[in-house]
Design a protein around this ligand. Structure first.
Ligand SMILES: Nc1ccn([C@@H]2O[C@H](COP(=O)(O)OP(=O)(O)OP(=O)(O)O)[C@@H](O)[C@H]2O)c(=O)n1
Ligand SMILES: C[C@](O)(CO)[C@H](O)COP(=O)(O)O
Length: 240
């Protein structure tokens, strides 16, 4: 018998960015790293994760590459051509496109297409770590470096104005997992889409405190050209 109250797990991958900081010839999610497009690594991690029901990928309406990267016959994946001007818009448009297909209590894991090092083990760690916490949670790494607050110096170069205590600081990764209803409400309440850079920020603004689950350096976001080599190094390694 189907239990309608049992939450299911879905993945939603925003993949509608242009990769300005990567300055490549096209969007960075389609760059080949470790033998396949970056986006495909991320999608395959969710396809291999036993608890994940289905994966949705949000691309720009005029994307001309996605059909080659994710052929329509690929099991467990649906492409939504509803990408927006910001990451937040892309996620929110994707959630809205799924109205009626997801239940309020279903779990949605939002994951950057530009994080190819995700593994099924990390997905399982997030799901187990968050459990049924109504505030949801995210993969993140405790900050290990000494943190400096930069300021413009007399000659225009950056100077260190202060040392910021690293105690309690975490560096946010994805996936970030919340119930469908909470995430929809949180992102729908944000007045300025440019003011937030991750999903957890919107949930925090509603007064929730999402759980921080320790991720892994291999799950880095490929942002700058130098990140490609680091991502490839991790992709060549056995997963731990
Ligand atoms: N309008 C946007 C902007 C970003 N993203 C996605 O959000 C993720 C993380 O964003 P980021 O690293 O900032 O990617 P880009 O926006 O592509 O890069 P940049 O900021 O350098 O332009 C990526 O998977 C990217 O495709 C998106 O779906 N829609
Ligand atoms: C969501 C994110 O990957 C968490 O680290 C990140 O915030 C994406 O955007 P950014 O502008 O590159 O920080």
């Amino acid at each position: 018998m189907t239990d309608n109250t049992t939450p299911r797990y879905f993945a939603l991958l925003p993949a509608a960015g242009v990769g300005a900081r990567m300055a490549a010839n096209g969007p960075k999610q389609y760059l080949t790293v470790g033998g396949k497009p970056m986006l495909r690594h991320a999608v395959d991690a969710f396809r291999a994760a036993p608890l994940v029901n289905h994966t949705y990928v949000v691309v720009s309406p005029d994307d001309g590459v996605i059909d080659a990267v994710l052929p329509s016959e690929l099991d467990g994946v649906t492409v939504l051509r509803v990408g927006g001007a910001t990451r937040m818009d892309s996620v929110l448009n994707g959630l809205r496109a799924l109205a009626g297909q997801l239940a309020d209590h279903d779990h949605v894991m939002v994951h950057d297409a530009a994080r190819p090092g995700l593994t099924p083990a990390l997905i399982a760690r997030l799901i187990e770590g968050v459990g049924n916490d109504p505030a949801g949670g995210l993969l993140a790494l405790p900050v290990v470096d000494t943190m400096k607050r930069g300021a413009p110096g007399a000659d225009g170069a950056s100077v260190s104005a202060a040392t910021v205590p690293r105690n309690g600081l975490w560096s946010a990764q994805t996936p970030q997992m919340f119930s469908y209803a909470l995430l929809l409400r949180a992102l729908g309440s944000v007045a300025d889409a440019n003011a937030i850079t991750d999903d957890a920020s919107a949930v925090e603004m509603l007064g929730y405190a999402p759980r921080l689950i320790e991720g892994h350096p291999r799950n880095l976001k490929v942002t700058l050209p130098a990140d490609i080599r680091i991502a490839e190094m991790y992709l060549a390694q056995k997963e731990d």
